[in-house]
Design a protein around this ligand. Structure first.
Ligand SMILES: O=C([O-])CC(=O)C(=O)O
Ligand SMILES: [Mg+2]
Length: 574
């Protein structure tokens, strides 16, 4: 059978009736139906369905509407007092029934995002071996990589369009987490569905378990990953080649989001595969785009241009490097040449400013400042760079909680009326500075955005909303747009357009803010997806014929129509 002939999943197919409505054709019957989260309706199976499917007597007598079910689930959720308990409650719900999980999540996005995603997902990663229950997603490890094709054939989904894959080498700001990184892939994909409109049966979380450098994990009898040191060099690349090749064969229409790879691997993997399989790195490109959007909005609020700013990026991992590249691209669009750009963007790693006289990893060389530019500075540490370069924008991607000290923030505030200070590292404990401190140190002048969610800050009788500069505002729309345009490749232009689309959305709907509220994640993602499709067409990488002839309004309507909604579809036997 060719891929086209296969049902959507091994357990059901989705068809469209003559009336235009979709329905499910189950390929299993009876009790087993209640064990497949993509099929299980629980007490929402109707009387007719119970009769038809062999469920009579197996369920409570009442037939629930989705609304009532969600109310009941929410009451149970709200009674839990601890974020990890809430996380496992939601994850267990997802592993019982996807529609109910997404119906609940979509009605409480603001409240539940920090539970299924950052910051609580960081804790879930650390405790993944303890909370592991259900075989969600695909694990390719050193134990089964030789059988990667067979492993992929075991996945019951036949039309996967988006894969989030991590090797767990640099999860958030918390480093190597071994097998636990699977929780990040799962969390990111929840956002793809709730905010990016991709149906859950088209998503696949992947953990690439190449081992872990963490001796404590390897010694832990409860640790569920493979217990040896990480593959590196040729062996690592061979492992990755095998995964990519097997994935392409099983899912020729899939896009891969590379997630939380440590710096060198992040660049190597992106470069090696982005033209083999349409893919992007979320931490380099997604974070780069989201931060560019926030800084552009900060400029608008200040009544200035990007080229009026001097940007200091603290942290030269995947995120820091991606952010520096995105800001440079923004400056280029304002007409600056390389030399002018070098005077406006400075990147530091743990040893200080990257200058071109230093020994460093190859990927950092593009980020280095000509040594001559630092003449007359007190040094190349963070405070000296803020003072010497007269920084107006301070971006934290270092993973080092609290590293932005009062004197550094005050130094930035001495260079401009309204400094932008974005402590972006995740999860919350890794935030470079607390928003309330930044606002206090600058007497409310700073424009602040963080990577993890923070409550509003009241200072001097005024309340400041803290925008969440998290790639969650980019990747769902970027991936959804790439899927809808059926791209051959995710181009840099598509990523940059995603940033400008997010900035424009924010300007239109929230002119005083740096980012929209997370309640608008899905609306912002639609705007991002439309811009991404447009750019894919302009770059000649879109293969979907249908999007070619659409006007902007039609394209938006097309994206909205394709947006998956959590609803129980009726079952029919054929
Ligand atoms: O997951 C998040 O919240 C954002 C991100 O990609 C990271 O911090 O690595
Ligand atoms: Mg990440």
């Amino acid at each position: 059978m060719s891929a086209r002939d296969l049902p959507l999943t091994d357990h059901y197919d989705v068809k469209r009736g003559e009336d235009g409505h979709r329905y499910l054709v189950p390929l299993i019957r009876g009790f087993n139906l209640t064990r497949i989260p993509l099929l299980n309706k629980g007490t929402a199976f109707t009387a007719e369905e119970r009769d038809l499917l062999g469920l009579d007597g197996l369920l409570a007598p009442q037939v629930d509407s989705l609304e009532v079910l969600v109310e009941r689930l929410y009451a149970e959720y709200a009674a839990l007092d601890d974020p990890m308990r809430k996380h496992t409650f939601l994850r267990n719900l997802q592993d019982r029934t996807e529609v109910q999980f997404y119906a609940l999540l979509s009605r409480h996005v603001e409240e539940m995002l920090p539970i299924v995603y950052t910051p609580t997902v960081g804790e879930a990663v650390k405790r993944f071996s303890q909370i592991y229950r259900y075989p969600r997603g695909l694990t390719i490890s050193t134990q089964n990589v030789a059988r990667a094709r067979r492993a992929l054939a075991n996945v019951p989904l036949n039309d996967v369009r988006i894969i989030v894959a991590t090797d767990s080498s640099a999860i958030l700001g918390i480093g190597d987490q071994g097998f636990g990184g699977m929780a990040i892939s799962i969390g990111k994909l929840s956002l793809y569905t709730v905010a990016g409109g991709v149906g859950p049966d088209k998503t696949l979380p992947v953990e690439l378990d190449v081992g872990t450098t963490r001796q404590d994990l390897r010694d832990d009898p409860h640790y569920l990953g493979v217990k040896h040191d990480r593959l590196t060099g040729e062996a690592y690349l061979q492992f990755m080649d095998t995964f990519v090749e097997a994935t392409l064969q099983r899912y020729p229409k899939a896009i891969i989001q590379w997630e939380d790879f440590a710096k060198d691997a992040a660049f190597d993997v992106l470069r090696r595969y982005r033209r083999v399989v349409p893919s992007f790195n979320d931490d380099i490109q997604g974070t780069g785009a989201v931060v560019l959007a926030g800084v552009l909005n900060g400029c608008r609020v200040k009544g200035e241009r990007l080229s009026d700013q001097v940007v200091v990026v603290h942290g030269a991992g995947a995120g820091g490097a991606g952010v520096a590249a995105a800001i440079r691209e923004g400056l280029r669009r304002e007409g600056l040449d390389d030399e002018a750009i070098a005077r406006r963007v400075f990147v530091l790693d743990s040893r200080g400013l990257l200058t071109d006289d230093r020994d460093m990893e190859p990927y950092k060389r593009d980020l280095a400042t000509p040594k001559g530019l630092t003449d007359g500075w007190a040094g190349t540490d963070l405070l000296s760079v803020i003072q010497g370069a007269r920084a107006t924008v301070l971006l934290g991607l270092s993973g080092q909680g609290g590293i932005f000290s009062e004197d550094m923030v005050r130094a930035a505030a001495a260079n401009t009326e309204r400094p932008m200070v974005f402590p972006l590292s995740n999860p919350t404990a890794n935030t470079e500075a607390l928003p309330e401190d930044v606002l206090r140190w600058t007497d409310g002048r700073a424009l602040v955005a963080t990577g993890s969610p923070f409550p509003p800050v009241t200072h001097g009788g005024q309340t400041y909303e803290i925008g969440q500069g998290n790639n969650a505002f980019i990747f769902p729309g970027l991936g959804f747009g790439a899927i809808l345009a059926r791209v051959r490749e995710v181009t840099d232009g598509m990523v940059t357009e995603a940033a400008y689309a997010l900035a424009a959305y924010t300007e239109e709907h929230h002119p005083q803010r740096l980012y929209p509220p997370v309640t608008e994640l899905s609306r912002a993602s639609v705007a991002v997806a439309v811009a991404v499709i447009r750019q894919a067409l302009a770059d000649g990488v879109a293969t979907e014929f249908e999007v070619r002839r659409l006007s902007d309004d039609e394209l938006r309507a097309f994206v909205e129509r394709k947006f998956w909604q959590p609803k129980h579809l009726p079952f029919r036997l054929e």
